[in-house]
Design a protein around this ligand. Structure first.
Ligand code: NDP
Length: 333
């Protein structure tokens, strides 16, 4: 069912990706909410949205709105998602779902109690590259998976150099920004959950007030698979990647930790290198199409539980950095 949407947050992610994805998936956008009336007015005009408001209650009381996209700063997600669910709206919430596992679970519980769809915007699951890696692992093409590596260090563009850099209370820093995506991508391709982490972070000059702008972590997954992550926003010339290595082969994804439907995947075994087919469409359009199908009884791209797992693991990475010791990943799910 193509939904009629309200946008909660005059954000860059909605402007650059989600609004277009909703429209490409035959959804319509009825209103946008911003905390600032001038920003709301301009955002609505720039994005051809018919109405705007500074009141989430006003947006949520619109009976024509079926679903909301929540893409405000991270500390606001919890209360806005719970309010939306209680108003009977289906919720697509940006990652991280909240700043604590308890708060993320509270949003999931509110959605379950209200009987609405609740999805986490982990778009990478819709990348044809990630699906090719997952399918090859699941088909046993590399034998028993032993380890994985995620390269997700890049450079934060100037127009995004805001709250991520200097607002701990808004959930700034690279761990809540990027590590959550890595963890979800690894859960997706490995089909296993993380169990414990160790990590070191760096503050190389872009962030302030105790926030990290790079992190390297090692995460143990079920079946004793170990994965290493490198997330950063300070490296201008690094390439992204996702690799899985097994007893009988390796899968090497390049330029795959990205918002765009690009990248390549090679399967390397004793038979040589095989380029896997990775034709696919817009990742966010995939999120919206799956969300629409979830309203009709299907499954979203990433559930609330997926968002809880990625947040719990990212918070374990944060804690491991702080206490300089291994931390167990616990969701209680
Ligand atoms: P933005 O900084 O663009 O937007 C976040 C909030 O900042 C907006 O809701 C807006 O508040 C406020 N804001 C925007 N412009 C201004 C301004 N000029 N002055 C003051 N405040 C402003 O953040 P992002 O779009 O990058 O991220 C938003 C959320 O989306 C985060 O939770 C992030 O983690 C997530 N995200 C997810 C991605 C994904 O691929 N799934 C990718 C990127 C981000 P108001 O609404 O009150 O106007």
């Amino acid at each position: 069912m193509a939904a009629r949407w309200g946008i909660v947050g005059a954000s860059t992610i909605a402007r650059e990706w989600v609004i277009g994805a909703i429209r490409s998936a035959d959804g319509t956008i009825l209103s946008v909410m911003s905390s600032d009336v001038d920003r709301a007015r301009k955002y609505a005009a720039d994005n051809e949205i018919g109405s705007f408001t500074t009141s989430i209650d006003e947006l949520l009381s619109n009976p024509d709105i079926d679903a909301v996209d929540i893409s405000t700063t991270n500390e606001l997600h919890r209360d806005q998602a719970i309010a939306a669910a209680r108003a009977g709206k289906h919720v697509l919430c940006e990652k991280p779902l909240a700043l604590s596992v308890e708060d993320a679970k509270a949003t999931a519980e509110a959605a379950a109690a209200a009987g609405v769809v609740f999805a986490t915007n982990h778009h990478l699951r819709n990348s044809a590259t990630h699906t090719a890696i997952r399918d090859a692992v699941a088909a046993g093409k590399i034998g028993r998976p032993l380890s994985a590596r995620v390269f997700h260090a890049g450079y934060l563009p100037a127009h995004l150099q805001g709250w991520r850099l200097d607002k701990p209370a808004a959930g700034g820093g690279v761990i809540l920004d990027l590590t959550v995506h890595d963890v979800d991508a690894l859960r997706y391709v490995l089909g296993r959950n993380p169990t414990e982490v160790v990590a070191l972070s760096q503050s190389a000059g872009m962030t302030s007030r105790g926030l990290e702008d790079a992190v390297m972590a090692v995460v143990r997954f079920e079946d004793d698979i170990i994965a290493q992550l490198h997330d950063g926003i300070t490296t201008k010339f690094a390439e992204t990647g996702l690799e899985v290595h097994g007893t009988d082969g390796s899968i090497i994804g390049r330029n795959v930790m990205t918002q765009r439907p690009v990248g390549s995947v090679v399967l390397r075994t004793a038979d040589g290198d095989e380029q896997l087919p990775v034709e696919g469409g817009n990742l966010y359009e995939g999120v919206i199409r799956a969300f629409h199908s979830a309203i009709a009884g299907g499954s979203p791209t990433a559930t609330a539980q997926d968002g809880i797992w990625s947040l719990a693991t990212a918070l374990a990475v944060k804690k491991a950095v702080a206490i300089r010791a291994a931390v167990k990943v616990e969701t209680g799910l």
